[in-house]
Design a protein around this ligand. Structure first.
Ligand code: SF4
Ligand code: SF4
Length: 506
């Protein structure tokens, strides 16, 4: 047992929604008025839908009710051809037992190929024309097959997925033609064997009906959900038409086309692989009914050309979509790379700006430091200059005093007085107190007591009590005279120098 609604369900919703899913989801802006059920199994030989309507009429009606609820349609019409009276009767009985009133009805239509086509059946039952390249929902109609309706009832009411279907095995080349309910995926050869195998000479094996079916090269093919018939035809049933002849433009194909197309124009353009032009002639409105090929006197396999053109157009459309997708991805990649490059450059610019700002700050700080050093150097230079000026001034004073020393001696000689040393010695000899005072304070002036004689002032002219030589004596022996600043001048110079140094330092 497997769950059908859980993750282990083998019948997942396909990646691309099925045609029935698309038809049953028209959208909120597309109101549906009528549900059309296709019971017009129009191709010869095929009887599986007829059997389904006779055997499972109640399931079909249940499926119709579910669909009416899903698409919110007002009513449903089941189209059944007049060659299936048992099916129509069974459906009416199921409608009465379901008590759905007049919401569901059975419409019997003439058996006329291809009245089972979707657009053709809608036109027959409702009189509405589905537009070219359009879908029935555009005219307020949803069309479904009776087999799909029964499958919906099985899935919704009985929890059975679509794993089997009815298949008709028929044709004169089959021993016992009959219908089978077979699982999807069963091999065709199994069904042929169940029907007693082949009988007589088989001309061709077809999947589907004689008008719209596909020729099979072998019966070892699986049954799909779209396989409604395996048809084994004899040579009498399907004679070889012979080689195709050129089109004579007789126009018979256009007369019988149920889609009101121009089959000969489609043929010319499809043969020339002019896919754009076949689109201009509404190739995709062709339902591949085969009527044109059936009546063609030149035996041209017209439907084969149309199928080829459709396949090529689909392939080209897929390539175009893939190219568009690749182009969008490339554009997105280019945009992403450009954005990353812009972001990288912006980051680099910010980093450079940050580095430049730091360098400017460092330069500013260095300039300030250099200014401070320059100020210190200026101060030092000013101090040195002040010292030099003080030394020069000191030297000038010394020169002046030195120059004044001989003048004092000459004055004493001219006055007839003894030299100062002699007089001082005499005074010291007469006055011991003065001698003691002179030895204790050499800078004191030694005046003769009561002599009243003029004496040259200045300590430079007097011998120092501490044993210093006079300046003249020092000059005579070649020694540098020790310039002694006047007592009143020396503190003033020092104060002046101190003031200068203080001003420069400030
Ligand atoms: S029926 Fe055949 S021959 Fe006649 S116009 Fe059509 S394609 Fe040509
Ligand atoms: S197969 Fe021919 S007749 Fe049928 S719809 Fe296409 S063009 Fe028309």
């Amino acid at each position: 047992m497997v769950r059908i609604d859980g993750p282990s369900c083998p019948h997942r919703w396909p990646s691309a929604p099925s045609r029935s899913a698309v038809a049953l989801n028209p959208g909120k802006d597309q109101p549906i008025e009528t549900l059309v059920i296709n019971g017009a199994e129009c191709e010869p030989y095929i009887t599986c839908d007829d059997l389904l309507m006779r055997e499972q009429a109640s399931d079909i009606i249940d499926g119709v009710r579910i669909m009416l609820h899903v698409i919110a349609a007002k009513k449903a019409v089941i189209g059944v051809e007049d060659n299936k009276p048992e099916a129509a009767q069974a459906l009416r009985a199921a409608i009465e037992s379901a008590a759905v009133g007049d919401r569901v009805e059975v419409a019997v239509i003439p058996t006329l190929y291809p009245s089972g086509g979707e657009k053709q059946l809608i036109r027959i039952l409702t009189g509405k024309e589905v537009p070219s390249h359009g879908i029935p929902a555009q005219v307020g109609i949803v069309c479904q097959n009776v087999g799909t309706t029964a499958a919906v009832a099985d899935a919704v009411l009985h929890g059975r997925p679509l794993i089997e279907r009815l298949v008709t095995v028929t044709g004169r080349a089959v021993a016992e033609p009959r219908n089978y309910r077979v699982p999807i995926g069963a091999l065709g050869e199994t069904l042929i064997a169940a029907s007693g195998g082949y009988r007589g000479e088989i001309a061709k094996l077809v999947s589907g009906g004689p008008m719209m079916g596909f020729r099979l090269e072998t019966d070892a093919v699986p049954i799909t959900k779209a396989t409604n018939c395996l048809l084994a035809l004899t040579t009498d049933e399907s004679p070889d038409p012979g080689p195709a002849l050129p089109c004579i433009r007789c126009g018979r194909c256009a007369e019988v086309c149920p889609a009101n197309l121009l089959p000969q124009q489609l043929y010319w353009h499809a043969r020339a692989k002019e896919l754009d032009k076949v689109q201009d002639f509404n190739l995709f409105d062709c339902i591949e009914c085969g009527c044109c090929a059936h009546v063609c006197p030149s035996h041209i396999p017209l439907v084969q050309y149309y199928r080829f053109a459709k396949t090529e157009s689909w392939a080209r459309e897929q390539e175009k979509r893939a190219a568009d997708h690749a182009r969008e991805r490339h554009a997105a990649r280019e945009a992403r790379l450009e954005r990353q490059e812009r972001e990288r450059k912006a980051k680099l610019r910010k980093k450079k700006e940050a580095v430049a700002g730091g360098a400017a700050a460092s330069a500013k700080a260095g300039k300030a430091g250099r200014s401070a050093q320059g100020a210190d150097a200026d101060k030092q230079a000013a101090i040195e200059a002040a010292r030099r000026r003080a030394a020069e001034k000191k030297a000038t004073v010394a020169k002046t005093e030195q120059a004044a020393q001989p003048q004092g001696s000459d004055t004493a000689a001219a006055s007839g007085l003894p030299p100062v040393d002699e007089r001082k010695g005499a005074v010291l000899a007469d006055d011991p107190a003065a001698s003691r005072a002179g030895s204790g304070a050499g800078q004191q002036r030694a005046e003769p007591q009561g002599a009243g004689q003029p004496v040259a002032e200045g300590s430079a002219a007097e011998p120092s009590a501490a044993g210093e030589k006079p300046a003249a004596e020092q000059a005579a022996v070649g020694e540098e005279p020790a310039v002694e600043r006047p007592a009143a001048e020396k503190p003033a110079a020092d104060r002046h120098l101190a003031r200068r140094e203080t001003a420069v330092q400030e």
